[in-house]
Design a protein around this ligand. Structure first.
Ligand code: SAM
Ligand code: FES
Length: 350
């Protein structure tokens, strides 16, 4: 594709917020550094028009690395017998929220494996305790696939948001990343159920996951275009040494940043994190993500004693720092590129 048609497609996306799957995959296949720079410029302009130079922070609390699932890419999958398993108690989790609140966080993300300990009853109590202690904060859950009834109970208990990456919008690709017992249709249905129940919903995928192609990515972008998630988590796939995908290459900063720009242009109000995985494959990865159109960072609030054990992929950063250090470090990083971390729930501005 020549330069004019490439830039023309980016302009069309910025103006109409829609392309065909063929156009998305052509854009991905034919991208150049110059086109990526152009897309990033347009993405940053549109995010500034909605969010100014604010970067929202979410305090991530990794509540358990015990999981009944066996996703082939994931370092805490159930068949990884080398993983040192842990689970935080509800009291531990509340203390993390208290510390986060003191540090200026107004959103807590409770993320973990699908751990049977966290029944609806346990989570209902925990969510309402967090909301009682910090009524001005948003509670986000990222605890995988649950029943409609369960999602409803957690919503009624006070949960505001739910993150569930769709992982890939191509069913055949999904089946190559997951064991037979996991269902693509169920994952997608969960996302629609969460939306219907009134959650602010986040989907997302890994960039450069094994067997991904411009065509599967085009389906991801089309899914985002039609689903219009409030949040969208994308970050590079990074191999973990004790998984079946240990010998696959990591995703790249370059493609992740290009996709961040396209997603911003597809749905301008989306809350788009510049992820820890991006910071893991490049020391300036998170800054580059923000400069491509992202507007959220998610520093870790988990107790330092367990952080190394929530090892989704190799060489994960920020596992030795205290929460206050993580926050300070990100504040400095954002300032260095002209952005400012704000003390705010960071709701979507639709
Ligand atoms: N159990 C919940 C779920 O399945 O949604 C939340 C925890 S899960 C570990 C969170 C996300 O980590 C996944 O959606 C996946 O995209 C990401 N992840 C897992 N392994 C990864 C890897 N090797 N590289 C990059 N991201 C990974
Ligand atoms: Fe369950 Fe990764 S396999 S969190």
């Amino acid at each position: 594709m020549n330069k004019n048609s490439l830039f023309g497609l980016i302009d069309k996306l910025a103006e109409t917020h829609s392309l065909s799957e063929e156009e998305y995959s052509a854009l991905i296949e034919s991208r150049t550094p110059e086109a990526a720079g152009y897309a990033a410029g347009r993405a940053v302009a549109v995010r500034k028009s909605i969010y100014g130079n604010a970067v929202f922070v979410r305090g991530l609390i990794e509540i358990s690395n015990i999981c009944k699932n066996d996703c082939l890419y994931c370092g805490i999958r159930r068949s990884n017998s080398q993983a040192q398993r842990y689970r935080l108690t509800p009291d531990n989790i509340l203390s993390c929220c208290d510390e986060g609140y003191r540090l200026g966080f107004r959103t807590f993300v409770l993320q973990g494996g699908e751990d049977g300990f966290f029944t609806d009853e346990v989570l209902e109590r925990l969510i309402s305790d967090i909301k009682k202690a910090h009524p001005d904060c948003a509670v986000t859950l990222s605890l995988g696939e649950r029943s409609r009834e369960s999602y409803k109970r957690l919503k009624d208990a006070g949960a505001d948001r739910y993150l569930l990456r769709h992982e890939t919008a191509d069913g055949t690709h999904y089946a190559r990343l997951h064991p037979k017992e996991m269902s693509f249709d169920n994952r997608i249905n969960c996302l629609f159920t969460l939306k219907e129940l009134g959650y602010q919903v986040g989907c997302g995928f890994m960039v450069g996951s094994p067997y991904q192609s411009p065509e599967t990515l085009a389906k991801d972008l089309k899914f985002i275009e039609t689903f219009k998630p409030d949040m969208c988590g994308i970050g590079p796939f990074v191999p973990h040494h004790a998984t079946p995908f240990k010998d696959f290459a990591s995703g790249t900063v370059e493609l992740t940043c290009f996709l961040l720009s396209l997603i911003r242009l597809i749905y301008p109000p989306v809350l788009l994190p510049s992820t820890t995985a991006l910071g893991t494959i490049d020391p300036l990865g998170r800054e580059k993500g923000i400069q491509s159109g992202a507007n959220v960072v998610m520093p870790n609030l988990s107790p330092v004693a367990v952080r190394k054990n929530y090892e989704l992929y190799d060489n994960k950063i920020c596992t030795d720092e205290e929460s206050a250090q993580c926050r300070g470090c990100l504040e400095r990083r954002m300032k260095s590129i002209g952005y400012e971390i704000v003390t705010d729930r960071g709701d979507v501005r639709k």
